[in-house]
Design a binder for this molecule. Structure first.
Ligand code: MG
Length: 379
């Protein structure tokens, strides 16, 4: 189908507001539907399709699928960006800690729980310190920073700010470069998708590679990659693999898992989520013909198994920003706890985004610098 035909078939060009709504609501959707398969290593596609078609049964109650830590923390990010009208690490850190203390049973990992407990202490002045102390001072490289990164792409107007604040936001819990750079990549993918860049998939992936080459040039990133025995420029290396898989005629699930991963490390899940979106831009064998691209993306993400809620949440945010909210089936949407609230937060972030001038306030405390080597985030 030509691009023009596709636009007509989908009922016209997607408005920016619809993209904003789509990004946050589809992230919640991915988290909610992905919980069913979290940690499973072998997920037959029929089971995924059964699970999803079960949502069409309207005798089930609304909000039947509960969200997990992914959505809980993403809401904190969005709310903090909104109330502070920009990034305020103190406020965001307290917000994470408060959310955890109010609802600790959302499936947080053991490592992040330690950090969240320390962030709750009123005596703590450097809110980046607890994350830095994790894992013998190496910090976490999990995908917890990336899973909640989407609101940064909505709140800030230029790519440099999206990258900068997605990184600081992630460093509150994930201080290893392999963790926070995953958040930078996820936020960038959502940011480009909001701008309609997924209509040219090759350009989209090339732009991500280009941006991440800049990000991974950083000395800390280079030494972390070395210490962890990874490729130089590890996220770029994965994105090149995404590109190779895009060029193949057919790709098996096994190949995607072995080339890109489906684990809880940011490196093994953020590029995977990006691949899911790119792969599902076209109809794919095994997925129902009546599915649109967003439905395909969600179903495909779940079929990979592993950290399904987070991979589907991240793929959902990128896909939702591309297709807009009208691409989400109503029955899926009402099944998810928190979908309505996500729509509301997206609406408020949209208002912040369009009224934004250069003076959107970014507050920071003098004691709260993430690391000496980082520039002061006072602009
Ligand atoms: Mg989760």
């Amino acid at each position: 189908m030509s691009m023009a035909a596709r636009i007509v078939a989908s009922g016209g060009p997607v408005s920016l507001l619809s993209r904003f709504h789509g990004a946050l609501v589809a992230a919640v959707l991915g988290d909610c539907v992905g919980g069913e398969f979290e940690g499973a290593q072998d997920v037959p596609l029929e089971r995924v399709l059964q699970h999803l078609s079960g949502l069409e049964d309207d005798t089930r109650g609304d909000g039947i699928l509960q969200y997990s830590d992914d959505t809980a923390m993403m809401r904190c990010v969005a709310q903090s960006l909104l109330t502070r009208m920009g990034f305020d690490e103190q406020d965001m850190a307290r917000s994470f800690a408060k959310e955890y203390s109010l609802a600790p049973g959302r499936g947080y990992g053991a490592g992040v729980i330690q950090v969240l407990r320390k962030l709750a202490s009123p005596q703590l002045s450097d809110v980046f310190q607890p994350a830095r102390a994790q894992f013998g001072g190496r910090g976490s490289f999990g995908n917890g920073g990336a899973m909640r990164a989407a609101p940064f792409a909505l709140a800030f107007r230029n790519a440099a700010d999206v990258k900068k604040y997605a990184r600081f936001g992630a460093m509150l819990t994930h201080s290893c470069s392999l963790g926070y750079n995953g958040a930078v990549l996820q936020a960038l993918a959502v940011y480009l998708s909001l701008q309609g860049e997924l209509s040219l998939p090759q350009k989209f992936i090339n732009r991500l590679i280009c941006e991440m080459e800049e990000v991974e040039k950083d000395e800390t990133a280079r030494s972390d990659a070395k210490v962890l025995n990874l490729d130089e420029f590890p996220f770029c290396a994965r994105l090149h693999r995404v590109k190779e898989l895009m060029e193949q005629n057919s790709v098996s699930i096994e190949e995607v898992i072995s080339e890109l991963g489906n684990g809880i490390a940011a490196l093994e899940s953020v590029p995977t989520a990006i691949f899911c979106v790119l792969h599902c831009l076209e109809p794919r064998e095994g997925l129902p013909e009546h599915y649109g691209g967003l439905e395909r993306t969600i179903a495909y993400s779940l079929a990979l198994g592993g950290d399904t809620d987070t991979i589907a949440c991240m793929a959902g945010a990128i896909a939702g920003a591309h297709y807009g909210i009208s691409a989400i089936p109503q029955s899926w949407l009402i099944s998810c706890e928190g979908a309505e609230e996500a729509k509301h937060l997206a609406e408020r972030l949209y208002k912040l985004h369009i009224m934004q001038t250069d003076e959107v306030r970014v507050t920071t405390s003098s004691s709260g610098q993430p690391q000496d080597s980082h520039p002061k985030n006072t602009d």
